[in-house]
Structure formats: structure tokens, C-alpha cells
Write a protein that binds this ligand. Sequence first.
Ligand SMILES: [Ca+2]
Ligand SMILES: [Ca+2]
Length: 293
Amino acid sequence: GPHLRAGGGRQGGGGEGPSSCHILPLSGTTYLPYLTSPGSNLDECAEGNGGCQQSCINMMGSYECLCRDGFFLSDNQHTCIQRPEEGMNCMNKNHGCAHICRETPKGGIACECRPGFELTKNQRDCKLTCNYGNGGCQHTCDDTEQGPKCGCHVKFVLHTDGKTCIETCAVNNGGCDSKCHDAATGVHCSCPVGFMLQSDRKTCKDIDECRLNNGGCDHICRNTVGSFECSCKKGYKLLINERSCQDIDECSFDRTCDHICVNTPGSFQCFCHRGYLLYGLTHCGGEPETFCH
Ligand SMILES: [Ca+2]
Ligand SMILES: [Ca+2]
């Protein structure tokens, strides 16, 4: 038949009472109690397949583990070992080793992996471990059943690629001069109005508004940190829009000139009535003869 029979159960022999209990070592670290009770027919296979790796056959007072074709039962009577294939050697392209194939002294082959890799359960494939290139992790690496698991130092977060660690705003404001937002790709810095984010994507620099179109100022533009100011030349006033300059009508003020006032763009001029002379810019006095008594 297709099954290889091998001994199992019945260790300890007869003669013990029906209540005596034995512990049978099974594969790995699993131990299951079973009763040697010649009269009873406890189905040992019902629980955990009797600890058999492949097939379990229940028998009166005992049970047997069986292995499929191409396997034989190991000394522990529960696990199955693959038979070395006849004539299999590493020259045969079907050896299936992912990394390195070695021929064993008994005939047959054994797969090995390059440093930093581990043989998987199928004994052919190799899986990456943290010992190779830190498992591809930028910060920390832990070996797990599924392969290397990356982690990050405190206050960094793992990128969605599962390998690199990205800054968060929680550390040093993410390196941002001003505002910091956590984004999927790391931190995203931004600047307040009047400042521009520099090519380093972190630093904010004042915008010199005056460089473009004189900041929209009619006359004088003065750059300030975070803003700018318009001002006007002497004789002009800044309008409420803080950009435009308008001539001051000095003649609209009381007593700008003693006699006659003429407004000019950016200034004004005083004149005196006939028979008077202008003193300074604004005063009118009597004719010089009048004073020269
Ligand atoms: Ca500015
Ligand atoms: Ca004026």
C-alpha cells in the first residue's frame, strides 16, 4: 500500500491497571496523556491527530502514526522525514534551493542560505533576517516569523513602506521654522503670511514685497520682516488704501499763508497783496519804505 507502517503506542506493555496513566513524548514540546487500557478503545487520534504529523490510525488500546510516500517515520514515531530523492544532486536544476545547494554525505541535498538569510520551513527558500542589511530597516529591526519587522526610534514613525522612518512634528517641530503638519510622507512645513518656504522645505524667509512692482506703493516701499510699508514723499499723504499718495492741500489749513495761498503738487506757494512783501515762505509785511522811517 502507499503507507509505511511504523510502531507507535503500546509502550510500557501490559500488566498495569486500567487507571494508570502514561505521558508519551510527542513531536516538539507537546505532551498528551494516554491511557493504556487494553479493554477500552479510546480514540487517541481524535485529539490533535494523536500528535502525528501526517496520518493517525486508531487501534484497540493504541494508535499508530503513518507517513505518506516519499517520507519515513522519525525515531520519535510521530514526525515524518522526507526521503532523499534518488540521484538528486546539486547539478540537477530541480534541486530547488533558493540560495545554496550542498550535497550531503548520505546522498541527497541540503539547501543553505547566504549570510543574513534563514532557511524557511520548506527547507528550500530563504527568508531575509535582520542580520542582512538590517533587514532593510532604517532604524530598528526585529526578526519575526513573517520576516524582519522594522521599527523606529522614539518620536519617529514608520513610513507606509514599512522600512523607513519619518520625522514627526513631535520632534523639534519637525525641523520646521514655523508651522508643522504630520503627513503620510513625513513632516510638512509651512510659513505665515509674508514669509516664503525655502528650497530646504523647512526654513521660512521674509518676502521682499518691494521687489515686485514697488509693492504697489505710489512712492516709497520699505520692506519689513513679515510685511512691508508704503510711504509718501514730503508734501503728500498716504491714502487709506496704504498704497496711494495724494498731494496735501496746504492751502486748506488756516493761516498757511498770510495773504494768498496757491497749492502745488507736493508743495504750495504764498503770495502777498499788492504793496506787501513776502518774508520767509508765508509772511507778508509792509513795503520796505514803510519800515525805513
Ligand atoms: Ca517683507
Ligand atoms: Ca500741495
